[in-house]
Design a protein. Structure first.
Length: 483
């Protein structure tokens, strides 16, 4: 028993470390972009592809990778994803030109999608008892809550102390250690076999639809919403995804059995997740821009200013969420967290040009602790309706919804903020006042998105019944820990 517990603890550590690496990679690059542009000679438009290439591959492949994990084995998919990500990090760190870095970033997104898509599926088959599962999700949520802010600080430190290459090379030891520890610690699972769901047509439809949709969203800031580029490609992406759902309803061996969406909790949790992440990603990005562009903070100062939110989120996820979920259930904890997040964004609507950190920013930093309550509770609800054989797919869908929310939120809110800033500048407002006006509009819309997420959670979600909080293993071999 003790050996099994130690192995499960190691497995949880490996899964959390991998997700931390993935989340860090999404934020650590942003601080180093000016240095990368100067060194490699990126154009202003080309530079955005160091971020976009990763997002398109990651968000577009999560669903496919999650289902393939169910078919070929989640451990196999996890190890392969870590290997691809680690190798791509080495390529990115050694890049001497824009083309190589963009290709490496795309491959990093592929590896991240392969590993991240099955993490929750592995976790819920390791921890099937509700109390243990809540604690495990609390630890897992800690990495998500703290990763983005840590990435901003670490990116500044590595870029200033060494050079931008090290923001990628630092992944090498983490990835190699994760692979070595995962080999003995993760449960051995055979998967159901490719014959059980090798839907090639469905795979092409959903992957192309998601990639095109995410590409369209991340380019909204450049082309605008009412443009031929946005509306045309957006319509094509919707058509591809609609074709995918039609295919899944008729295919003998569908890539995504539609039964997974029949669960009220599962489908409702995805809707809440998209709305919440659409609003909350603006906090990380817009608050950082406000501090740098309006208040004059440097990269390290900005990262340090975001630390209270990261540390409190970590404490909430790691120390409090499991206890509260165990006592009150997932739904009340989720609603409390969403309420705190909505209040945090609402406070930012009144940011002044000469804002004071302690008065105008710190209160929101404290309220963002709600993310540490909301994410573990939402994860538990989302995974509660998945069958054992669909755990990887449910994990992939959960992460896909997160990426869609983040990409949509930052693209749309950034565009609206820029438009508002342009209007205020044209009316004669000083640059700082115009920027602040744009950010305030974005925070107001984000607060509305959080209110919508709260309303959906109230109307749709229910606390899972005891014993139904996580999918039980289909057979002993899928959860036995290899020592």
């Amino acid at each position: 028993m003790h050996a099994v517990l130690r192995a499960r603890g190691t497995a949880l550590g490996v899964l959390s470390a991998t997700m931390l690496m993935t989340i860090l990679d999404g934020s650590i690059v942003t601080v180093a972009l000016p240095a990368i542009q100067d060194d490699l000679g990126f154009s202003a438009t080309g530079l955005s592809w160091t971020v976009n290439a990763y997002l398109i591959a990651f968000g577009g492949l999560l669903l496919l990778a999650g289902r393939l994990g169910d078919l070929v084995g989640r451990k196999t998919m996890f190890l392969a994803g870590n290997a691809v990500f680690t190798a791509a990090s080495l390529l990115a760190g050694a890049a001497t030109g824009p083309a190589v870095l963009i290709v490496a970033r795309f491959l990093q997104g592929v590896g991240s999608a392969m590993a991240a898509s099955v993490v929750l599926g592995i976790l819920v088959t390791l921890y099937t008892e509700p109390g243990e599962r809540a604690r495990a999700l609390g630890v897992f949520g800690f990495t998500g809550a703290a990763g983005a802010s840590i990435g901003q600080v670490l990116g500044g430190v590595l870029t200033d102390a060494l050079n931008w290459h090290w923001i990628f090379l630092i992944n090498l030891p983490i990835g190699l250690v994760a692979i070595l520890l995962a080999l003995p610690a993760l449960p051995r699972d055979r998967g159901t076999g490719l014959a059980g769901g090798a839907d090639v047509a469905g795979a092409l439809l959903v992957t192309s639809g998601l990639m095109l949709g995410i590409y369209t969203v991340v380019k909204i800031e450049q082309y605008g919403v009412p443009s031929v580029h946005t509306l045309g490609l957006g319509a094509l992406a919707v058509a591809l995804l609609a074709g995918f759902f039609v295919r899944q309803a008729k295919a003998a061996n569908p890539l995504m059995p539609l039964r997974i969406l029949r669960s009220r909790n599962t489908s409702g949790a995805y809707a809440v997740e998209i709305l919440a992440f659409s609003g909350m990603f603006s906090f990380q990005v817009m608050v950082a821009l406000y501090m740098q562009n309006v208040l004059g903070y440097g990269a390290l100062e900005t990262g340090a200013a975001m630390l209270p939110a990261a540390l409190l989120n970590g404490a909430a996820s790691l120390l409090l969420s499991a206890r509260l979920i165990g006592r009150y259930g997932e739904r009340p904890v989720l609603l409390t967290g969403l309420g705190m997040l909505g209040a945090a964004l609402a406070l930012l609507v009144r940011l002044p040009v000469d804002g004071d950190y302690l008065v105008h920013l710190l209160p929101s930093m404290l309220l963002v602790t709600g993310f540490g309550f909301a994410l573990p509770a939402l994860t538990g609800i989302a995974m509660s309706g998945a069958r054992p054989e669909d755990a990887g797919l449910a994990s992939g869908l959960f992460n896909t919804a997160q990426q869609i929310g983040m990409a949509t939120g930052i693209a749309v809110l950034s565009t609206l903020a820029a438009s508002r800033t342009g209007s205020l500048a044209a009316a004669g407002e000083p640059a700082a006042a115009a920027l602040t006006g744009g950010y305030r509009l974005a925070f107001g819309i984000a607060a509305v998105l959080l209110a919508a997420a709260f309303a959906v959670a109230v109307a749709v979600l229910r606390t899972p019944k005891p014993g139904a909080a996580a999918p039980a293993p289909a057979e002993p071999s899928t959860t036995s820990v290899t020592l």
